[in-house]
Ligand binder design. Structure first.
Ligand SMILES: *Cc1c(COP(=O)(O)O)cnc(C)c1O
Length: 364
């Protein structure tokens, strides 16, 4: 009998599916979400605007009003904005219009697993440059790889998930200048870093910047992301985006979130950044742990106890859910924690102090 799986591309058969353990905990520090949730004012105003809108009618073909607000928010032009059903959709669309057999995609690992996944599914060859020993971007190695391998697409996540490192503008500009390919910067966490590479769009037609509403904007459940690029490049990426990708509800909520960002969301970002710095200091004081400085709303922590065990103990004894990243390259002895509310971070610290004082041997 013919095996239908023989029809699946061999490179796809060789991949492990991108998954997340379905565990639940009272304190959820595993997905880098905004711990304060969507502000009441954003939710109320969204529902108000939705009243009277017909659910039976298609949403806008191009969500122009959202694109305009995003352009103003990002300091870029509206015809260079594409909104998507999560930024992951736009990462996929960008790779769909650029990657196929014989195309090369350069990434820096450890990083977000989706880039390798999608590039591989599309038949591209993935070239990977490790972060340096301080878990920072190795810019000279990236530059050499670009000159030697001439990648069609280079994807960098900045601040990088899961390590929190950030590419400097002058380093990025150096890479933009030496490559003949497209450079994608995933800025899913830029709000927490106080910086953005968006000003470089003006001078570099080969740059695309991705952002999301899933983290600082507190709308992960609604699935909205956006891309910033030269209008010519944005138009090409749009060709791989499905019609009506953004539903009426999410589009409306995203517009409201942008409008109310300064009043409602920026203060939560500031609180998260302050908590990140407190958490970093407190973690340094726990013997057996060494946190890594981060520009995002999470950090990786080097652990003298096996990360898997730290994960299990935090969940079972303290109801705290973290991310075990020990399967990532270079991160064998690390776990990642998202920055929560002060109370949530206190709970995490209490759990870790207990586990590391007793060297993790209690009850297990
Ligand atoms: C969370 C995250 C995103 C967001 O993806 P969405 O599809 O917008 O939810 C994108 N890139 C990275 C690196 C992330 O960590």
């Amino acid at each position: 009998m013919a095996n239908p799986l023989d029809k699946i591309k061999p490179q796809v058969r060789g991949l492990k599916a991108y998954t997340l353990r379905p565990d639940r905990g009272a304190v959820k520090l595993n997905q880098n979400e905004n711990p304060w949730g969507a502000p009441e004012a954003v939710r109320r105003e969204t529902l108000r605007r939705l009243e009277g809108r017909a659910w039976s009618r298609y949403p806008d073909f191009v969500p122009a009003s959202l694109h305009e607000r995003l352009a103003r928010f990002a300091g870029w032009r509206a015809d260079g904005v594409v909104a998507g059903n999560g930024s992951n959709e736009l990462i996929q669309a960008t790779l769909m219009v650029t990657v196929g057999e014989g195309k090369r995609v350069l990434i820096s690992e450890p990083t977000f697993a989706l880039y390798r996944q999608v590039a591989t599914v599309l038949g591209g060859e993935v070239l990977s440059i490790p972060l340096d020993h301080e878990l920072d971007f190795d810019v000279s190695a990236l530059r050499e790889a670009i000159e030697r391998e001439r990648p069609d697409v280079t994807i960098l996540c900045s601040p990088n998930n899961p390590t929190g490192c950030q590419i400097k503008e002058d380093a990025l500009e150096e890479l933009l200048n030496v490559t003949s390919g497209i450079v994608v910067i995933d800025e899913a966490y830029f709000e927490f870093s106080g910086r953005t590479v968006a000003p470089l769009l003006e001078r570099h037609a080969n740059l695309a910047v991705f952002r999301t509403f899933s983290k600082a904007m507190a709308l992960a459940g609604l699935r909205v992301g956006y891309l910033l690029a030269a209008p010519e490049l944005a138009r090409e990426v749009s060709k791989a985006v499905l019609p009506y990708n953004l539903n009426l509800f999410s589009q409306t909520a995203a517009e409201v979130a942008v409008e109310l960002y300064d009043a409602e969301l920026r203060p939560t970002v500031e609180r998260i950044v302050a908590e990140r710095e407190r958490l970093y200091k407190e973690l340094q004081n726990i013997e057996g742990l060494a946190p890594v400085r981060s520009h995002a709303n999470f950090m990786v922590v080097h652990s003298s106890i096996e990360p898997r065990r730290v994960y299990d103990e935090l969940l079972e004894r303290f109801g705290v859910l973290i991310r075990d990243v020990s399967g990532y390259p270079m991160l064998k002895n690390y776990f990642r924690v998202s920055v929560g509310t002060p109370e949530e971070n206190d709970r995490l610290l209490e759990g870790l102090r207990d586990i590391f004082d007793g060297k993790g041997t209690k009850n297990l």
